[in-house]
Design a protein around this ligand. Structure first.
Ligand code: GLU
Length: 479
């Protein structure tokens, strides 16, 4: 156990996405790290949906988060909790803070705040709230204007600094002079973002906050509020962003698409998890490891301090590794629906006549994705569409008697790749052809394409009658 605090406090981490956009690869990695940390310490992993931004939250984004988490296999122990269901609790804490004097009402109008800002900028100062409604000992506050709504501000400590030992970045210290009195409730009473996070982290007894480093500026504010509430502070770990291969911010073009898009594109969730685990975290030179191994090894100390770079080629390499390692029958079960989507009217009888597992087994060494496997398998299930020009180009008159002869032999031999291979050799010797002169038109007639793996191997996976029928039909067609 590398984190000293974990022996003291039960480890509870959370993933807290806002359902305002799809769960993309960056969010998924944050979720994975928070999940692995909890699992590593036999703790709890909590899913919390930060849905207070009603205008930007959508049911589609929520669905994408839940589906994405399920697909990645990141099961939560508690939740999903929804912040919109905690509004009463946030209001209660705001009332308590007003009571305790750690928060206060501010009646500044927008015009006043604008004027404050303009004035500060004109004097070359950093714009900030000037504390005019902040209660101080011996200070006379203005009289609250009647009928004007107030926001509630947190009474941020003055002087000193906030420091925490970030699990990823090391010691971070921010002077309280840098921090304004943050608005924690808007004039309509709704709580603001940072405040909801604080109350939930407190109520949910979160011990370790692992999140993207786009939140690092929120942390000192959140720590100050937690302290004001008398809450035990969590540890914080801020994970650097993922960049595109060009070092730019990750965009759609770089793979910052919904996690479910990776499923659609034919990546295995094990490969994506392995890839994300390694993207910005390391365990020596290990590149390929299971979830269990990752959970056992994971610690925040080995999260890289600099941004990671997304590398599609490496993801494809890993995916191929997992495809190769997968049992053919399991692979076939994953390929089957993708095949059905490619072959119109693929019925059960046609599917049953073919050994999809063996087809996958033949192609998996070279396949980058499940979709590539499905594309390959299509040639066994779809009727070939032969074009006259193709036939003219590849089915030369000298090959026809050989193909006819071969079709006859096919009716008599064992239907194995060895016997088929022997039959092919016998045929080309008899007809004095070179292998491509025979194999290319044979492929075209049977599979509708001129390139396949070894001809004997693919023919052996096709029912014998189909091979004989297609050869005969193709030759007749070409006449
Ligand atoms: N809801 C925030 C987001 O989606 C995360 C907040 C947090 O982890 O503290 O970026």
């Amino acid at each position: 156990m590398s984190d000293p605090d974990s022996s003291v406090r039960r480890v509870r981490t959370r993933f807290a996405p806002s359902p305002t956009g799809l769960l993309h690869i960056g969010g998924a990695r944050t979720a994975l790290y928070a999940w692995a940390f909890a699992r590593h310490h036999d703790g709890d992993f909590i899913l919390r949906i930060e849905d207070t931004d009603l205008e930007r939250s959508t049911p589609q984004a929520l669905r994408a988060i839940l589906d994405g988490m399920a697909w990645l296999g990141l099961a939560h122990d508690e939740g999903p909790y929804y912040q919109t269901q905690h509004m009463d609790r946030y209001r209660e804490v705001i009332a308590q803070m007003l009571q305790a004097g750690t928060a206060y009402r501010c009646y500044c109008t927008k015009e006043e705040l604008d004027a404050m800002r303009t004035d500060q900028e004109a004097r070359g100062l950093k714009p900030r709230y000037d504390g005019r409604w902040r209660p101080e000992q011996g200070k006379a506050l203005p009289t609250p204007p009647e009928g004007l709504p107030a926001v509630v501000r947190f009474r941020n400590p003055q002087g000193g600094s906030v420091a925490w030992n970030d699990m990823v970045k090391g010691l971070i210290e921010v002077s309280n002079e840098e921090l304004d009195d943050l608005i924690i409730a808007r004039s309509d009473g709704t709580p603001t973002y940072n405040f909801c996070v604080v109350v939930d982290d407190w109520d949910m007894r979160i011990s370790h906050v692992i999140r993207g480093d786009d939140h690092v500026n929120n942390t000192p504010r959140q720590i100050n509020i937690l302290k004001a509430l008398g809450a035990q502070l969590p540890e914080y770990g801020h994970v650097p962003m993922i960049h595109g291969p060009d070092g730019q911010k990750l965009s759609k073009r770089h793979g910052a698409v919904s996690v479910m898009q990776y499923d659609e594109d034919g990546y295995l969730s094990d490969a994506v998890v392995n890839y994300l685990a390694r993207l910005g975290w390391s365990h020596g030179d290990d590149e390929v490891f299971s979830r269990e191994q990752f959970v056992q090894w994971f610690d925040c100390a080995h999260i890289s301090r600099s941004p990671a770079r997304f590398d599609f080629a490496k993801l494809a390499w890993l995916n191929n590794h997992y495809l190769k390692a997968m049992d053919d029958a399991r692979l076939a079960a994953l390929v089957a629906p993708r095949l059905a989507a490619r072959v119109a009217g693929l019925g059960a009888p046609a599917a049953a006549a073919m050994d999809l597992a063996a087809i996958c087994g033949l192609a998996k060494d070279r396949a980058g994705t499940l979709n590539e496997l499905a594309d390959f398998a299509t040639m066994f299930y779809a009727e070939p569409h032969l074009h006259a020009e193709q036939l003219a180009e590849h089915l030369k008159p000298e090959a026809r008697p050989a193909l006819r002869g071969f079709a006859d032999i096919c009716g008599t031999i064992d239907w194995t790749s060895e016997a088929i291979s022997a039959a092919i050799k016998q045929t080309i010797t008899e007809h004095k052809l070179k292998m491509p002169q025979f194999a290319i038109p044979a492929r075209l007639l049977v599979f509708g394409r001129t390139q396949t793996p070894s001809l004997d191997a693919v023919l052996a996976l096709m029912p014998r009658e189909v091979v004989i029928h297609r050869l005969a039909q193709g030759i007749a067609h070409a006449m």
